[in-house]
Design a binder for this molecule. Structure first.
Ligand code: PMV
Length: 290
C-alpha cells in the first residue's frame, strides 16, 4: 500500500502563487493507493472513475509522466475532498508511489503528481503536491521548491470544515481581481504576508507557539482583506480563540473550506468541543516529523 499525506497551509497561501514562500504541514490523514491486476482503470473510494472524466485525464498524465502504461489502481481517502486539505495532491502522490513501487522518495513521484495537479488546477503553485510528498512541516516557494522545517517542539493542529467546498481557481482569480483594482494595497498585504511567513518559520523552529498563534491571527486578517473569508470561517476562528486557541485562520484557498487552530495550554479538546457543539466537522492532527 503506497501512502501520501493530506496537508494544511499554515501561512502564506495565495501569496505563494505570486512567488512568496509559504509554510505547510502534512496531516496524519491522507490517501493510499494499490496497484491491482487487470486492465487500465482508476477506482477512488470504491467508485470507478469514468474514462471521459477530468480525473481519468489526470491519471493518464501521471502515467505518461512516469512513462508507464496505465494499469488498474485503487485509492482510498481518509479525509474530505475539495475543502483545502490537499486531497487531490495526496491521491496523485499515492498513485505515483504505488506505480513506481519501492522508490517512493524519487523526484519522479513529485513530478508525476504535479502533472496530475495541473489537470485540475491549471497553474497551481505546487505546494499541495510538495506537502503530500514530503509530509512533516515544509517551507515552499515556486522558485526553490520545498525544504523541511525542523520543529522546536511537537506541534498539534485542530482542523474544522467551516464551509462548503470552494474552488481554488475561483479564489485565486478573486485575489487577481483585488490586485487589479487595488495594486498598492495588494502589494502591501503581500509584503506583510512575506514577513509574517519568515517570522512564523522562526517560531516553528523555536517551538514558540504563542508567537506563531499571533502570526496566524494576523494572516487571517490579511486574507480576509482580500475577501477570502466567510461568516462561517470567522465564526469558526472566533469559537476556537474563545476556547483557548493561540491563533486561528482559514487554510488553503478560502471562500469556504477549512479553518486551522493552534491549541493553547489546555490542548485541543476545548476547541474540538466548541466546534462540535456549533455543528462543525473537525479533527486533531499531530504534525509528524517525517
Ligand atoms: O488547494 P487549496 O485550497 O489548498 O489552496 C491552494 C493554495 C493556494 O495558494 C490558494 C493556491 C496555490 O496554487 O498555491
Amino acid at each position: 500500500m503506497a501512502r501520501a499525506r493530506g496537508k494544511v497551509i499554515l501561512t502564506g497561501e495565495h501569496a505563494v502563487v505570486y512567488g512568496l514562500p509559504a509554510l505547510a504541514c502534512g496531516l496524519e490523514r491522507g490517501a493510499s493507493a494499490q496497484v491491482k491486476r487487470g486492465a487500465s482503470s482508476l477506482t477512488i473510494q470504491g467508485v470507478r472513475v469514468a474514462e471521459d472524466s477530468e480525473t481519468f485525464a489526470a491519471f493518464l498524465e501521471l502515467c505518461d509522466s512516469l512513462q508507464l502504461t496505465p494499469c488498474s489502481v485503487e485509492v482510498s481517502l481518509e479525509m474530505p475532498a475539495g475543502v483545502g486539505l490537499g486531497a487531490s495532491a495526496a491521491i496523485g502522490v499515492s498513485i505515483a508511489r504505488a506505480l513506481v513501487g519501492a522508490d517512493e522518495r524519487s523526484p519522479r513521484v513529485l513530478e508525476a503528481a504535479e502533472r496530475w495537479e495541473r489537470v485540475f488546477h491549471g497553474k497551481p503553485s505546487g505546494i499541495d503536491a510538495a506537502c503530500a510528498f514530503a509530509g512533516g512541516c515544509i517551507r515552499f516557494s515556486k522558485a526553490t521548491g520545498w525544504t523541511r522545517v525542523r520543529l522546536g517542539a511537537p506541534l498539534q493542529l485542530a482542523v474544522a470544515v467551516a464551509g462548503p467546498p470552494s474552488s481554488t481557481k475561483a479564489m485565486v482569480d478573486e485575489v487577481g481581481r483585488f490586485r487589479e483594482r487595488n495594486p498598492g494595497r495588494f502589494q502591501e498585504n503581500l509584503e506583510a504576508i512575506g514577513a509574517l511567513v519568515n517570522n512564523a518559520e522562526r517560531c516553528l523552529e523555536a517551538g514558540d507557539w504563542r508567537g506563531l498563534g499571533t502570526l496566524l491571527d494576523y494572516n487571517q486578517m490579511l486574507l480576509a482583506s482580500w475577501f477570502l473569508s466567510t461568516p462561517e470561517i470567522e465564526a469558526c476562528c472566533h469559537a476556537a480563540r474563545r476556547a483557548g486557541a493561540l491563533g486561528a485562520k482559514l487554510t488553503g484557498a478560502g471562500g469556504g473550506g477549512c479553518v486551522i487552530a493552534l491549541p493553547g495550554d489546555q490542548g485541543a479538546d476545548p476547541i474540538i468541543d466548541a466546534w462540535t457543539a456549533a455543528g462543525y466537522t473537525c479533527f486533531v492532527s499531530d504534525v509528524l516529523s517525517d
